[in-house]
Design a protein around this ligand. Structure first.
Ligand code: SGN
Ligand code: CA
Length: 523
């Protein structure tokens, strides 16, 4: 079926089923206006979440949840199986996306720095080239956004319930659930906020599914009747790898707090670090929201407190509570992706709009016994990257070439017919979207995590090729090497095995070459 008839069918279906009088005249106007200005450059909708791992996306093979709307994008476009972040933490990943540069080059090595918004970013360059640009939702870069005609962002990490937003004009407060509100604000801008004679860039950036994984009112009881499968490495003993793995503070067993993370309201038993905080969302809720929350968690908490499991059974209980809340947040994200896609269809915009779904890094969903991210290991190193680009991304294409978040900016500039500035270090992903891999495409991705502090993950750098991964914990002079074909779950470093000596040497050379290529300061 041609794209045109598909769109029309969806449109008729929508128009028949749902009352959407708002879209018709206005969308027709905006399309006409764009055409009359000779406007053929595609619009860009960039949907970016916080900590959404590929293990929780249907199109990536999830066995723990379903994401029909993200999956739709994948069917109608291309899905990247090997897309990686350059530094698995929020602000640095976002800065890399905006600037097309690694952390040392854009200055955002950790969450603690303030983003230098004076450097070239893709929104800024698109805007200079005539795009209308908007940013809604999570930002987390401390400095005010630059390069946007319109922005409305969560302060810092933001809140799930009844969130505040910052705008150029000051602070606004909304009642409701952040994922819905962020989408509402994005839709408002699409409908009435933009100059419809220009192509647009919309960055719709959700807080979800970030810690403390607070589900919205509509998803509080989703998964109540099921047991989510456990990852095979939930009870990892960290043998055969760096001793540093045991020292991190992000275990399901010992570093989730009962009230704060696990929603056992009122249970003040400390975690392994002696912390016993209250859940920050609970006190933000309206009485009605809190009543729904209590109705969902209350009886289960009572059952838990009356008959508390121990040992491995307790870990299993914590895993179920954690993963269900995470997946409930994801379910709301997916619903809201659907709302945006429906609007683009109904407004006649889908045929000339690139839609990307991605997230700032992956996350441990119990693998290695962990939550959080930061490590170069696959689950938090990988990023989802799903792109529907009519006429460019061949529907159903699976891309296995090595992609990285520094490629996003050059890709979006390419879409607008712009050359990336010389200082951008990534490359446009466009040539990969029909399944071909250019012969000069990168053979290794460079990674560098710099933060010291929360969760106690050591600084490290590394390189990943199609088959291998070399990791250097340079503060303590430890190395790891993984053979991802033999050991996809990274349970055994082969760095010291004689059979891998030549591979280790080759990868060290590759790491040095990447350091030179990206002008990384000597370690
Ligand atoms: C917060 C979280 C951490 C998380 C960091 C970074 N703690 O500090 O668990 O690792 O953010 O996340 S919380 O109790 O405040 O939720 S990031 O995605 O923003 O980099
Ligand atoms: Ca994040």
């Amino acid at each position: 079926m041609s794209k045109m008839s598909h769109t029309r069918r969806d449109f008729l279906k929508l128009a028949g089923l749902v009352a959407m009088p708002f879209v018709l005249p206005e969308s027709a106007r905006s399309q006409d206006a764009q055409r009359s200005h000779g406007q053929t450059r595609p619009n860009i909708v960039f949907i970016f979440t916080d900590d959404h791992a590929v293990q929780a996306i249907g199109a990536y093979g999830s066995i723990i949840n379903q994401t029909p709307h993200i999956d739709r994008l994948s069917r109608e476009g291309a899905i990247f199986d090997r897309c990686f972040c350059c530094n698995s933490i929020c602000a640095p990943s976002r800065a890399a996306v905006l600037t097309g540069k690694h952390s040392h080059a854009n200055g955002q090595r950790t969450n603690a720095e303030t983003f230098d918004g004076s450097q070239p970013t893709f929104p800024k360059l698109l805007r200079q080239a005539g795009y209308e640009t908007a940013l809604i939702g999570k930002w987390h870069l401390r400095s005010d956004p630059t390069g946007f005609d319109h922005w409305e962002v969560l302060p810092g990490q933001g809140s799930y319930y009844n969130p505040d937003f910052l705008t150029a004009a000051g602070r606004k407060h909304y009642e409701g659930y952040a994922t819905d509100i962020t989408t509402d604000l994005a839709l408002d801008w699409l409908k009435t906020g933009r100059d419809a004679s220009k192509p647009f860039l919309l960055m719709c950036q959700h807080k979800a599914p970030h810690r403390t994984w607070a589900p919205g009112p509509d998803h509080l009881t989703l998964y109540d009747d099921v047991t989510i499968p456990e990852p095979p490495t939930l009870f990892d003993d960290y043998a055969g790898r760096s001793p540093l793995l045991k020292e991190n503070e992000m275990t399901i067993t010992g570093h989730l707090m009962y009230d704060y993370d696990l929603k056992v309201t009122g249970l003040k038993e400390p975690d392994l670090l002696g912390r016993a905080y209250e859940n920050p969302e609970y006190r933000r809720m309206t009485d009605e929201q809190r009543a729904r929350w209590d109705a969902a968690y209350g009886p289960q908490n009572e059952a838990f407190l009356n008959n508390r499991p121990e040992g491995k059974e307790l870990v299993r209980w914590k895993y179920q509570r954690y993963i269900k809340d995470y997946l409930r947040c994801v379910a709301s994200v997916d619903d809201n992706v659907g709302r945006l896609l429906d609007y683009l269809d109904a407004a006649g915009l889908s045929d000339n709009t690139i839609v990307v779904y991605s997230s700032d890094q992956g996350f441990y969903l119990g693998e290695h016994g962990w939550y959080d991210k930061r490590w170069i290991y696959e689950e938090s190193f990988r990023m989802p990257f799903v792109v529907r680009w009519p006429g460019v991304a061949r529907p159903g294409t699976r891309v296995s070439a090595l992609a990285q978040n520094i490629d996003f900016a050059p890709t979006f500039l390419d879409a607008a017919g712009l050359e990336p500035p010389g200082e951008m270090q990534g490359a446009s992903l466009r040539p990969l979207m029909d399944g071909t891999v250019p012969s000069d495409w990168r053979r290794g991705v460079y990674y560098h995590y710099y933060e010291r502090g929360e969760h106690n993950v050591p600084r490290h750098e590394g390189v990943r090729t199609e088959r291998y991964k070399l990791v250097h914990f340079y503060d303590v002079g430890q190395w790891e090497l993984y053979d991802l074909v033999e050991d996809p779950q990274e349970m055994r470093s082969v760095y010291d095995e004689p059979a891998y000596r030549r591979t280790a040497t080759r990868l060290k050379t590759e790491l040095e070459a990447l350091r030179r290529k990206y002008a990384v300061e000597p370690a």
